[in-house]
Design a protein around this ligand. Sequence first.
Ligand SMILES: Nc1ncnc2c1ncn2[C@@H]1O[C@H](COP(=O)(O)OP(=O)(O)O)[C@@H](O)[C@H]1O
Ligand SMILES: O=P(O)(O)OC[C@H](O)CO
Length: 496
Amino acid sequence: MGYILTIDQGTTSTRAFLVNQAGEMVAKSQREFEQIYQEPGWVEHDANEIWTSVLGAMAEVLRKGDIDASMVKGIGITNQRETAVVWDRDNGKPIYKAIVWQSRQTEGICQQLRADGYQSFIKSRTGLLIDPYFSSTKVKWILDHVDGARALADQGRLMFGTIDTWLIYKLTGGKVHKTDVSNASRTMLFNIHTLTWDEELLDLFTIPKDMMPEVGDTSGDFGTTVSHHFFGYQVPIASACGDQQAALFGQACYEKGMVKNTYGTGCFMLMPTGDAPVQSDHGLLTTIAWRLNGKVTYALEGSIFVAGSAVQWLRDGLRMITTSSDSELYATKVDSTDGVYLVPAFVGLGTPYWDSDARGAMFGLTRGTTKEHVVRATLEAICYQTKDVLDTMVKDSGIDVKTLRVDGGAVKNNFLMQFQSDLLNVPVERPYFNETTALGASFLAGLQIGFWDSQDALLNHWQKDHQFIPEMENTTRNHLYRGWKKAVEATRVFKP
Ligand SMILES: Nc1ncnc2c1ncn2[C@@H]1O[C@H](COP(=O)(O)OP(=O)(O)O)[C@@H](O)[C@H]1O
Ligand SMILES: O=P(O)(O)OC[C@H](O)CO
């Protein structure tokens, strides 16, 4: 008898979960932390606040589950990806805030790289496209902008990590500086073919190699907690995994053709492609899903930067709704948007457009447009963006997708899920356990500490809650989607 304690360190909150050997979640806790917007388009977090939010969430989940820390047999970590932290190895203090994946402050660096013709070189090594989204330009920005950073880097005093690495470093009392391949593959510094940090890329971004963490399997040995950071116990940290890859694992999407889409702040669609990387010609990313016992599984990924955060914008920016779930209520008060489209390119557009200069726009407004239409158009925009990505995935993989598995905070919204299924003309499957990210990370940790002995043993833990079946006429679907494509085109023409 024992438990895995899993930390899901997300963009807007830190959550902790206790999972037993039956794969059941017995307790969960959540802590929010500050989103720092110093300049338009910048998004940063305080890495120390993230660390204390993890300490708080771990204490709370043990209290809620009424479980003694001695019963925790392993820790799983899953995290918002790409977000970059740089700290001083002499005192363990970050030298700057964590620059979040959404932040656009490195657009200038990216423009220069594109102009200098580095796109195909970078893509061939990393599977990624030049965009401020990934870690490498964020680290370069810190080294170039923080007073004294370059000198510290030259003296070998600095360490870099994505959030998993930062938390592992803190939990082990500074003893372990390590990440896994799924997180490494999001840095734009990792060669996804040789599975090592790429020296030429490190040179290109002027990042000393001694800043980089060791890279290991996704289920593996990430050290042991120092007892004063884990209630007096030394517990093995048994998995580290990027949150989107963890969700893919938690959705039991192990085979080619199985696709999951997570509807959180953004939307991230992933499909495993087996032991060989598949290159996309239409803006999908080639990434690493996980490495287990030395065996790599690659994936194709489509990234949508604004999804649930558009609903938050309706709530906090436009003040049209009081809670995110109100969006369903208003959207279903009208039969359609009456021709209104919202393109929520608030931080540019990801797959398949990769247009970082694009900004949001709304089209088709008339005197008859109401709040209900705008709310509905916002939810529909999440579905249109998802169709853009799924169509690209089918085109680039040559695999026909039979169903879409979904998770994330927004999938509670039945209107959203039904419209998604209608628009894709594909059944949408919502699992019974919506916390698939945490479940995936728990499974990955459990494989390491012997809770489960194989991936196959985990297949039974996936249970369907509801299947949304497409009901829309082809002509309606085609008509609606044509309108979306026109709206995106028009948005991209307008550069403020
Ligand atoms: N019923 C709902 N309808 C639409 N969006 C929702 C609903 N409930 C939550 N959301 C959105 O889901 C997001 C939260 O999902 P979550 O998976 O917790 O995000 P993250 O992990 O990115 O922090 C928020 O952006 C919120 O607006
Ligand atoms: O924290 P989430 O769930 O919004 O996920 C963020 C992604 O990892 C960004 O790549």
